[in-house]
Design a protein around this ligand. Structure first.
Ligand SMILES: Cc1cc2nc3c(=O)[nH]c(=O)nc-3n(C[C@H](O)[C@H](O)[C@H](O)COP(=O)(O)OP(=O)(O)OC[C@H]3O[C@@H](n4cnc5c(N)ncnc54)[C@H](O)[C@@H]3O)c2cc1C
Length: 370
């Protein structure tokens, strides 16, 4: 390993910061995380881990124990007229309560030797490391993993945005047995709702919309199938909101500072890819540090973001045009092979290049006929 990055400070101990710290510790770095909050941290999130995210976690040495969360086999799309589902080609996904998952990740990080300082306020990147309200961590590399409103990003002058779109997400848990082995995505005219099974008696429901004033309860009423299924299920958590940003930065690296996770740009929540991306970025960071060249990280980061960004753009384009969305869904329902292929691309098991043109022609025909 290059000795130039022996000591690392990670600002932010969410999924991205913890994964980065684990990856770097495995490369024999001495890593300290400083976080302004206290674990376990909750956040509005769909709580779905895709199979490729779980594979990246395994590479980081972390297995989610049997019996924790709920395994789901694929994705189902539905609107008022059509529905379509497909299994993941590369294993199962897993829904896990955010706080449970955070606890597991923190425990794994500490087991591999990461030091964590919680409740560390006013973290600041300074010349030889990171200072905060009650201390200083010497570091040759600082990783900004402090989420969407990253202060590290501002301090390192990495704020330049290439593209940004904003929506609003709301999450609530309900005490009810999952009725489907799939993560379900319901498409409406003013919002989308997705449902992740997270335990044998609990689901996580997220509503996403461009309208900041829309709340989950009123959004749910516009999806009669889902509303009926929920019936009298008791809410198992208060409603929690968050911004769902699609943001691409011009750069995620500046001298001895790198950005990771939501701090380094994000894809719309509907993709369910945020944490998965963070784990893959962490693995890329580990390799770049082992090679002593952070440019490797910058390049790989761009590659990793490309697929989910394209998928998010496609979904947002559909979402802005109700008729187009209805036709696309009806078209996909008529061409299950295309849906299956798109899902395989989404979870990293295949690429757009593998999508045969005759399949797209089929989709085009079904779209026009819908
Ligand atoms: C509505 C919604 C649904 C989503 N659903 C899914 C899903 O189903 N699957 C999925 O994979 N992803 C999903 N995501 C995305 C996912 O939640 C994020 O991508 C993920 O949380 C990013 O992790 P992170 O560690 O980068 O940031 P965060 O989770 O935001 O963690 C940032 C950490 O930094 C700390 N911090 C912040 N500021 C400072 C500071 N100044 N100093 C020190 N510490 C600081 C915070 O306390 C926190 O611990 C969803 C997002 C939204 C909004």
């Amino acid at each position: 390993m290059s000795s130039s990055y022996r000591k690392v400070c990670v600002v932010g101990g969410g999924p991205a910061g913890l994964a980065a710290a684990i990856a770097l510790t495995r490369e024999k770095c001495d890593v300290t995380i400083v976080d302004c909050g206290v674990a376990p941290m909750d956040k509005a999130c769909g709580e779905g881990l895709m199979p490729d995210g779980l594979a990246a976690l395994r590479e980081l040495g972390m297995m989610i124990p049997e019996g924790v969360g709920f395994a789901f086999r694929g994705i189902r799309f539905a609107d008022a007229r059509s529905s379509i589902c497909a299994d993941f080609p590369n294993g199962m996904g897993r829904g896990v309560r955010r706080t449970t998952f955070h606890e597991l990740l923190v425990r794994h990080a500490m087991n591999v030797g990461v030091s964590v300082i919680w409740n560390a306020k006013h973290a600041r990147v300074v010349e030889k490391g990171v200072s905060f309200d009650c201390g200083f961590i010497e570091a040759q590399l600082v990783a900004g993993a402090d989420g969407q409103n990253s202060q590290v990003r501002r301090q390192a002058a990495l704020e330049q945005v290439a593209r940004e779109r904003q929506r609003y997400g709301f999450r609530r848990h309900y005490r009810i047995a999952p009725w489907s082995p799939y993560m379900e995505l319901y498409w409406g005219t003013s919002s989308q709702i997705y449902v992740t099974p997270i335990a044998s008696d609990e689901i996580c429901v997220v509503g996403i919309s461009r309208h900041p004033k829309l709340r989950l309860e009123s959004a749910l009423r516009t999806f009669p199938e889902l509303y009926a299924r929920l019936g009298n299920a008791a809410p198992a958590s208060p409603e929690m909101g968050a911004l769902s940003l699609s943001r691409r930065l011009r750069s995620v690296r500046s001298r001895n500072v790198i950005l990771i996770g939501d701090a380094s740009g994000s894809v719309d929540a509907i993709t369910g890819e945020g944490m998965c991306l963070a784990f893959k970025q962490a693995l890329a960071l580990g390799r770049a540090v082992a090679a002593g060249d952070l440019r490797i990280y910058q390049r790989r980061h761009r590659e990793l973001m490309r697929g989910p960004q394209a998928m998010a753009s496609l979904i947002l384009t559909l979402e802005r045009n109700g008729r187009f969305q209805r036709r696309a869904l009806a078209g996909l329902a008529e061409t299950p092979e295309v849906f299956k292929a798109l899902l395989a691309i989404h979870v990293g098991a295949s690429s757009f290049r593998d999508l045969c043109s005759w399949r797209l022609l089929d989709l085009g025909r079904a779209f026009l006929a819908a």
